[in-house]
Design a protein around this ligand. Structure first.
Ligand SMILES: [Zn+2]
Length: 562
């Protein structure tokens, strides 16, 4: 039994580590006051925000410092997402992440450019070993920017544990001035079965919020009966900025008993998409408000629930009076309370909603296949959270797959048999999702295999086969054919594609590949002459751009330098 004691100690230490966060290990990655344009676990499209978005005074180019000593363990450059991103692994097992960077420090810039030229690709991902790029706490590692899917200059900063789970950086002692109370913007009550109702209705009810002078909230008293759940829309603002960020903790109590406790300390990337199960997804799609459900339905794999009683649902009996309270907190423990007084009243007649019925009933836990002539749609088990009647119809090559108000848990596959198209036409086809009021075709990643064409997608909605015969466009931005560019730092070209969109681009000078950085937001390709690749006086620039169905364009020009 001599192993018992050490093993027990190990378990204890591990247990402690779960909730211990060193408070002065990590330093501010910028030398400006921390003002956030985004908070940890803030509700975003299909994900919880995995870090802090730190404001950079509406500018790019601020020095970004290593938050603690360690080694650069990953460098990733992508057109979308994080843009230019650096990862530092620290001796204590945590990793810090810095994203949307404008450029890296000279040493890292040299390291990554060499690899980009070897691979002939702007997009790249590398995992340097522990000895290659060692950094000290406070060392400049990069400059802040707006690359990738960033909607304005800022630094996205993350701290991950040794299992790649993002943790709320504020737990590590970063201080953000906040004496401002969280705000509750909407409250809804949900009758959960056909015997339940709120204010004589079996449908979800918006409750009219009343703000109290001390910052708390109440609603007009409600009458209810049966199994009920609630949802709120809540946000938090900090003192030094006007934008709304996410809250830190939400608790609800029924007659003084805790019903649910939701906190945003840590999550894993595997679960982040299930944000769509936490919010009322259909409500979000139709009203753009993210209602946070204070109850847990089946098939909800989220780890944000610290505690719950009967999954957060309450049961209201006839002739009772009860009170439901919600406490919304920010990281600094500023707390807003909402009080809902409930009169239990059993009604003889109340409105029951008519639900949509079709001949396509989807069982969430089974494989479901929809077939129609040359089209098939396959849903694997657990593609959806709930069973439902699918609104499915086909007209020519357009498929109506319900609408996007039902969240998709896992991707599914749409396949077209295109053997009735002649091969010239078939080459120009792609699968598109028709979005918005104008039913604009949006390229859905399409694969062709013999006579089949398929896409794997995670949105319901309307899909169609669309033809793209239009070639991409390429035009110079800051120079003309035959021009001397000796004093120029950059070579800029605008590329665009109507229809299926740009799939790839390639630029050469006198036959040699040159690095051109692509920014999809400005549709610009930029070459930096400081790369030192262009050494001759007369230069022939050739840019080839290909769209997603394979249409391509070539642009050629001559410029001079000495
Ligand atoms: Zn961010």
């Amino acid at each position: 039994m001599r192993f018992t004691l050490p093993f027990f100690l190990f378990v204890c230490a591990f247990g402690l580590a779960q909730d211990y966060y060193p408070k002065d290990y990590f330093g501010n990655p910028l030398d400006v006051t921390l003002v956030l344009s985004g908070s940890f676990a803030e509700l975003r499209s299909n994900h919880f925000h995995s870090g802090l978005d730190i404001k950079t005074q509406q500018r790019e180019g601020l020095k970004v410092y290593a938050s603690a000593s360690g080694y650069i363990s990953r460098i990733k450059i992508s057109h979308y997402g994080y843009g230019k991103a650096l990862y530092i692994t620290h001796p204590n097992g945590y990793t810090t992440v810095y994203a949307h960077l404008q450029k890296f420090s000279p040493e890292i810039e040299t390291y990554i450019k060499k690899l980009q030229y070897e691979k002939e690709s702007f997009e790249i991902e590398v995992f340097p070993n522990t000895e290659e790029l060692i950094v000290e706490k406070g060392e400049v590692i990069a400059y802040s920017g707006n690359t990738g899917g960033s909607g304005g200059p800022h630094l996205h900063f993350e701290i991950r544990d040794n299992q790649e789970r993002p943790i709320n950086p504020l737990l590590f002692g970063f201080d953000v001035k906040d004496t401002t109370l969280p705000v509750i913007k909407e409250v809804y009550a949900y009758p959960m079965d056909k015997h339940s109702y709120v204010n004589k209705s079996n449908e979800k009810q918006k409750l009219r919020l009343l703000s109290l002078p001390n910052g708390d909230y109440t609603v007009e008293n409600i009458q209810a009966y049966g199994k009920i759940g609630f949802a709120i829309e809540s946000t938090d603002r900090q003192d030094l900025a006007y934008n709304n960020n996410g809250v830190y903790n939400i608790q609800a109590f029924f007659n003084g008993n805790k019903k649910i406790d939701i906190d945003f300390k840590r999550f894993s990337f595997d679960e982040t998409r299930h944000l769509n199960r936490f919010i009322d997804y259909g409500h979000y799609k139709t009203k753009k408000e993210r209602l946070q459900k204070l109850f847990i339905e089946p098939n909800n794999p989220l780890s944000i629930y610290k505690d719950s009683d009967n999954y957060g649902f309450i049961r209201v009996e006839d002739s009772t009076s009860s009170v439901y309270k919600v406490a919304v907190k920010d990281f600094k423990n500023n707390t807003s309370w909402l009080t809902i007084n409930i009169e239990g009243k059993k009604e003889q007649d109340f409105k029951v909603k008519d639900s949509f019925v079709s001949s396509y009933y989807i069982h969430a836990d089974k494989t479901n296949e929809l077939l129609y002539n040359h089209i098939s749609v396959e849903f694997y088990p657990e593609t959806f959270y709930d069973d439902f009647y699918m609104d499915f119809s086909v007209s020519n090559d357009t498929i109506k797959l319900h609408d996007d108000t039902i969240p998709v848990k896992k991707h599914f596959k749409i396949t077209y048999d295109i053997s009735h198209y002649d091969s010239a036409d078939a080459h120009k086809l792609y699968i598109a999702r028709l979005v918005g009021y104008k039913q604009h075709p949006w390229y859905s990643n399409t694969t062709k295999e013999k006579n089949l064409m398929y896409t794997i997608t995670d949105d319901l909605g309307t899909y169609a086969l669309v033809t793209d015969t239009i070639e991409p466009t390429i035009r110079p931005i800051n120079f003309k054919d035959g021009q001397w560019l000796s004093k120029y730092r950059y070579l800029k070209v605008k590329i665009d594609d109507e229809g299926s969109g740009i799939s790839n681009y390639r630029a050469t000078v006198n036959g040699k590949w040159i690095l051109m950085e692509y920014d999809y937001k400005t549709k610009t390709l930029t070459h930096d002459f400081n790369d030192g690749i262009i050494t001759e006086t007369k230069n022939n620039l050739k840019v080839i751009v290909t769209d997603n169905v394979g249409n391509n364009s070539t642009f050629e020009t001559t410029f001079y330098r000495k």
